[in-house]
Design a protein around this ligand. Structure first.
Ligand code: ADP
Ligand code: ZN
Length: 521
């Protein structure tokens, strides 16, 4: 073991020119050297590639890397080759003779690393070719693509589940930057990882400050902000191409330097706008989510979400493009209930029920984030499975902490209602029962006969939802369910119900962001 630790450092220095490993890299590399399966969750830019590239160089034979992004494949291979590493890729962009050449090199044992698209890897001709080669490990990059619960499911990734049978003795590394607990389980299950070494790096980006602002007169709000931050680089994300065009034009009229970026522009124009942003010829990029993949501009000082992001994972990725140099970056999200309803409407139109359920679940998570009164960073990190209690002092909740009041009685009522309805429903139904509503669902389930029915009439429905949400955000109540979010009791809930634990919640709704609530006129 000691010998290989030294050797690992030598390879790191000699082949990649770095002097120290980043967190978790060493552990992952040594597990792969021991032929163990691994699961690696690291934020973008955390250094996943080295985790499999170094063992690829140290082991006998050739490592096979599966990647869904054809364009990035070529970049990766080019950079390996320029470091003197024998690497190649196989995908649809190669001509027949180029493919034949790569295949010959595989058989000659001439390659240390082969990048391949998933659909190609699982072709029977490819499998038999690889059986003749000596495969040292499989690295599945962007492994969340195997899961229908991820934000980027790719059916061709599903077939990778056959790898284990086809190559029972080759270890598999699954790597991703975006996986929640359920996606993580799915990856381990689909790829049939055997007792994997699991390494999860922190997703905390302390230099990003997170702020949620109520969206009203948003142009004035934006203008004020950008005026105060003149000449700084920033990204503004909008939901639609139209909105991007309009906003970019508007900003230019106001005298700011901004360019649009979205998938409706020609490749050429997109590349030009991106290049100008990177070279500081323009301050602001107004973009749809099409912008960002593979962008590595170090000094982005603000990332603004003009519209609600699709889900928390995207929000994390998009804000993650700020402050790469480690210096301060402000991440501001404009939130309005109006936008929320617009998105609901769009989701309703999706054809498949599965897609709708998933989209609603993701929407309710992002709304939960916006409405939470807890430290934003902690809510975000909790979503990625990190449990942090101390406030970060770098988000709007921490900047303006709000008074807490004892809400133990309310919490007990709500938890009792969850209990009596059998822990099988979402928050809306639970609140309906508490409030004494007689919806069809309440009647069908006979929940109007429960003694909790109507026990919470003294508080408005919205207020109950807020209380429920805060209980979830603070870990006093859990959300589960396969197809739509179901609220469930957890050990903390039991302690509250038995009187062992008291609950303090925020005194008033967040008037700053939640239009139309009690506090606002
Ligand atoms: P990921 O795939 O996790 O997004 P990469 O593997 O592309 O991240 O690595 C991000 C950047 O960090 C790359 O430029 C890479 O060369 C660099 N890097 C990775 N590991 C180290 C290290 N141990 N020391 C210094 N730089 C590193
Ligand atoms: Zn905070």
């Amino acid at each position: 073991m000691a010998a290989s630790t030294t050797e690992m450092h030598t390879v790191l220095e000699k082949n990649f020119g770095y002097t120290a490993f980043r967190p978790n890299q060493e552990e992952v590399i040594s597990a792969l050297l021991d032929n163990r399966d691994v699961f690696v969750l690291m934020p973008t830019g955390g250094g996943k590639s080295l985790c499999y590239q170094i063992p690829a160089l140290m082991k006998n034979g050739m490592a096979v890397v599966v990647s869904p992004l054809i364009s990035l494949m070529k970049d990766q291979v080019d950079s390996l080759v320029s470091n003197g590493i024998s690497a190649a890729f196989l995908n649809s962009t190669l001509s027949e003779s180029e493919s034949a050449d790569v295949k010959r090199r595989i058989l000659d044992g001439d390659l240390k690393i082969l990048y391949v698209a998933p659909e190609r890897l699982m072709m029977s001709s490819m499998i038999s070719l690889l059986k003749k080669a000596n495969v040292s490990l499989f690295a599945i990059d962007e492994a969340h693509c195997v899961s229908e619960w991820g934000h980027d499911f790719r059916p061709e990734y599903r077939k990778l589940s056959e790898l284990r049978d086809k190559f029972p003795n080759v270890c598999i590394a699954a790597l991703t930057a975006t996986a929640t607990e359920r996606v993580r389980k799915d990856i381990v299950h689909v790829l049939r990882l055997r007792d994997p070494v699991i390494k999860v790096s922190s997703f905390n980006r302390p230099n990003l400050s997170y702020q949620i602002v109520e969206k009203k007169d948003v142009m004035d709000q934006l203008e004020g902000y950008i005026r105060k931050n003149r000449n700084k680089s920033g990204i503004i994300y909008c939901q639609s191409r139209d909105a991007v065009e309009r906003l970019a034009a508007r900003l230019n009229k106001l005298g700011f330097s901004a360019l649009p970026y979205h998938a409706g522009l020609s490749d050429d124009k997109r590349a030009r706008h991106q290049e100008k942003f990177i070279r500081d010829d323009v301050d602001i990029i107004v973009a749809t989510v099409a912008f960002g993949m593979g962008i590595d501009k170090p000094d982005v000082r603000f990332v603004i979400h003009y519209d609600l992001p699709k889900n928390l994972e995207s929000y994390y990725q998009e804000t993650g493009r700020g402050g790469r140099d480690g210096l301060e970056c402000e991440c501001i999200l404009f939130f309005s209930r109006g936008d929320w309803h617009k998105i609901r409407f769009l989701i309703e139109k999706k054809p498949s029920k599965k897609e709708r359920d998933l989209a609603f679940q993701q929407l309710s998570q992002i709304i939960g984030y916006c409405e939470s009164t807890d430290c934003r960073r902690n809510v975000l990190l909790r979503y990625f499975g990190e449990d942090i209690k101390e406030p970060c002092n770098n988000c709007d909740s921490c900047f303006h902490p709000r008074t807490k009041v004892d809400n133990t009685e309310e919490a007990r009522l709500l938890l009792e209602c969850v209990n009596q309805t059998g822990q099988r429903f979402g928050m809306t139904h639970v609140v309906d029962v508490l409030y004494g509503a007689r919806t069809q669902k309440v009647k069908d389930m006979r929940h109007d006969r429960l003694n909790v029915h109507g026990s919470g009439k003294h508080i408005s429905k919205n207020e109950w939802k807020r209380i429920g949400n805060e209980l979830v955000q603070s870990g006093y109540l859990s959300v589960g369910g396969d197809r739509f979010p179901i609220v469930k009791l957890n050990p903390n809930s039991r302690k509250i119900m038995s009187g062992e634990l008291r609950v303090e919640l925020t005194e008033a709704p967040i008037s700053r962001i939640s239009k139309g609530r009690t506090v606002l006129p």
